[in-house]
Design a protein around this ligand. Sequence first.
Ligand SMILES: CC(=O)N[C@H]1[C@@H](OP(=O)(O)OP(=O)(O)OC[C@H]2O[C@@H](n3ccc(=O)[nH]c3=O)[C@H](O)[C@@H]2O)O[C@H](CO)[C@@H](O)[C@@H]1O
Ligand SMILES: C=C(OP(=O)(O)O)C(=O)O
Length: 428
Amino acid sequence: MEKLLVEGGHSLNGRLRVSGAKNSAVALLPAAILAESPVTIEGLPNISDVDTLGQLLEEIGGTVQKQGQDVYIDPSRMISMPLPNGKVKKLRASYYFMGAMLGRFKKAVIGLPGGCHLGPRPIDQHIKGFEALGAEVTNEQGAIYLRAQELRGARIYLDVVSVGATINIMLAAVKAKGKTIIENAAKEPEIIDVATLLTSMGAKIKGAGTDVIRIEGVESLSGCRHTIIPDRIEAGTYTIMAAAKGEEVLIDNVIPQHLESLLAKLREMGVTIESSNDQLIVRRSNPLKSVDIKTLVHPGFPTDLQQPFTSLLTQASGTGVVTDTIYQARFKHIDELRRMNADIKVEGSSAIVNGPIVLEGAKVKASDLRAGAALVVAGLLANGVTEITGLDHIDRGYENIVEKLQELGANIWREKMTEAEIEQFQNS
Ligand SMILES: CC(=O)N[C@H]1[C@@H](OP(=O)(O)OP(=O)(O)OC[C@H]2O[C@@H](n3ccc(=O)[nH]c3=O)[C@H](O)[C@@H]2O)O[C@H](CO)[C@@H](O)[C@@H]1O
Ligand SMILES: C=C(OP(=O)(O)O)C(=O)O
């Protein structure tokens, strides 16, 4: 087991390239189950969630070959193997095996998913969608059993705008008989990316990226090549880091329109950002002004950037209020930031951040993926060295984070933990 060490105070300078989007990757891989011939996905990020999904695809009989950042998946020999336990628990997106296997085999057994602990993360809207399409769904000892004689198109209104439910229903509906309409659908760019892959496979989907998605079921889907979109959350995280410590940082392979809510808030704080087709140039300015943020569904401020943004707010003068309307308890990073001297209190679904504060390096623990990113932002800003444990969370979503930051001039490195440290970590 390793820990991450960050010596704060170094300016960031230079250029970095954003990887393929984690939240697309984790849906594109299961989507390949629906094809009858090989699918190649270009530009997948080298992160543990992608590895885990590759292993799950192999468990059900798929051939998965990595060629650099391209992944070739041959789904022709896949079978509807039950996956009640094991790797499905390691990540959230294993829930996409439900929609994809239901679409292809009309049956699936999948354990309840893992992923970041952000408070309750029910999947009732996924199940409501599968049932509307004609599946019988039961929960038996923590695994979801799905079976259908046939899937029939349906009109499905989501009670809650959900990324996962929107994609999962799309996956099941592309091979259902007749027309499916998903109303109150989520509009995140990753949904468009998945719809683009499915369309290249032969699916008929209209409206992805709006709140009404229309799908006309088809008999069969075939393989194709698809290039993944850039990771807007990774791009946003580095943009926040550059706002914190960047003399001049050029971020390549970005779709700036995916990040408008973040860029607007950073500009309000006084950060200088130039944006062009697929690049951002970010320069820190002094002093930074506090702002309030409220997380919302896309195109609102993404909940996945709330935690790293909170670390930046500790450097701004005044009081900033961070309200998470998607995950009202997504504040596990706050106690750790307090250990580093941050002046933050949590009231209900808001964190109230007073700044500017001089952060001090400390031993802290990443409780989830973006909490980890928040601690790296804080570490870059702090006096002395910050030691971050819980790296398995960070490795789920950030490709080569150490190398990318070293390239920009940060003093950041990994170290093996001692037996005593591992024991202390496991008991904490
Ligand atoms: C793998 C992946 O893509 N993860 C992203 C996805 O998670 P995920 O797909 O799990 O998140 P959802 O969009 O489904 O969740 C949004 C809200 O709806 C609620 N809800 C969701 C489904 C449901 O059946 N019932 C229900 O009540 C959730 O508790 C949450 O409050 O979108 C989140 C919100 O942008 C991001 O933080 C995650 O990074
Ligand atoms: C919450 C996240 O991931 P997951 O849904 O995979 O747990 C995230 O990417 O910030």
